[in-house]
Ligand binder design. Structure first.
Ligand code: DGY
Length: 318
């Protein structure tokens, strides 16, 4: 039977299903596999199931050996895998698109609401006995009828923007191309990134991490945003220059931010933690029971196909 290394335990029904298609060894600790564990765990495996925080590079692929057929990432993003090296070695790389779109878009909305209406700050005040209703107590930003700027019109950006209809928002979007599907489903207008930054009340990032999108939002971009604007990032941390964001938030050059992802996860820029006008969640965009389970079954289907010598359904072609 083929053997697969799993860098972190997946939900129980998924592990049971995996056990039906192959033998596996897994990191059963409640922490990511260390580099040493990863390099020794993959040795002699036909496949590897990896998490977004495992660096799957040439060294790991060499350590796995020439029989390795698949690197199945438990995420839609795959910036943690050296695709060029995998392609050179003929190893299939797969991801988990689609099943996590709603959950990730929903979390971006949760951050938007939490940041605009200062939900975590209000929660802290209530717990510390500072409940003090007054006409100007805890004023937040208006949402309904405002302009939503979406950067990245892929699956998650589109889903996120579609949900703005319930709040009568005007949608504008920027990205690599104009998308007729995006416009038909959201009524959104394609604008340049600069125009979006200058006019949106909310700027939400839904791009993949590539060399072109690293620090897509830095000092100049934050400088273009309105002082009343809110930045949301549930895509990948390095898309935002975190140090520049801390400065902009501290100096109130933008109103607030909601972040689920960070430049150096699991580290979080200390300046962010000191600010009240930023809402921080620990990369939980896909963290619902249903989504994480479906992602797992998708991973197992990809592994099963590759081990059977077939093309996996979610092969990354990029
Ligand atoms: C993904 O799937 O890429 C998400 O970021 C995981 O939470």
């Amino acid at each position: 039977m083929s053997k697969v290394y799993v860098t972190r335990m997946l939900p129980r029904p998924v592990m049971e299903e995996l056990g039906r298609v192959c033998e596996y060894a897994a990191n059963e600790e409640d922490r990511p596999a260390s580099r040493e564990e990863l390099l020794s765990g993959v040795k002699g495996c036909d496949g590897v199931i990896s998490m977004l925080n495992d660096a799957i590079d040439a060294e790991v692929m060499q350590a796995a050996g020439p029989q390795c057929r698949i690197l199945a990432n438990y995420a839609v993003g795959y910036n943690n895998i050296d695709l060029a090296e995998a392609r050179r070695l003929g190893i299939a790389v797969t991801n988990t698109p689609g099943v996590l779109t709603d959950a990730t878009a929903d979390l971006a909305w949760a951050l938007l609401f939490a940041a605009a209406r200062r939900v975590p700050e209000g929660d802290r005040l209530v717990r510390h006995g500072s409940f003090n209703w007054a006409p100007e107590f805890m004023l937040g930003a208006d949402i309904t009828g405002r302009t939503l700027g979406v950067i990245g019109a892929g699956r998650i950006g589109l889903n996120f923007a579609r949900k703005a209809r319930g709040f009568d928002m005007k949608v504008i979007y920027a990205g690599r191309h104009r998308s007729s599907e995006f416009e038909a489903e959201t009524g959104g207008t394609f604008v340049t990134k600069e125009e979006l930054l200058r006019t949106a009340d909310f700027v939400s990032l839904h791009v993949t991490l590539t060399p072109e999108t690293r620090h897509l939002i830095g000092e100049p971009e934050l400088g273009m945003m309105k002082p009343t604007a809110i930045l949301i990032n549930a895509s990948r941390g390095p898309v935002v220059d975190e140090k520049a964001l801390v400065r902009a938030l501290r100096e109130r050059r933008i109103l607030a931010a909601g972040l689920d992802v960070y430049e150096n996860e699991p580290e979080v820029e200390p300046g962010l933690k000191e600010l009240d006008n930023v809402v921080l969640t620990p990369h939980v965009g896909t963290a619902t029971v249903g989504t994480r389970t479906e992602m797992g079954f998708m991973v197992v289907r990809n592994v099963a196909a590759a081990l059977a010598g077939q093309e996996p359904p979610n092969l990354v072609r990029a």
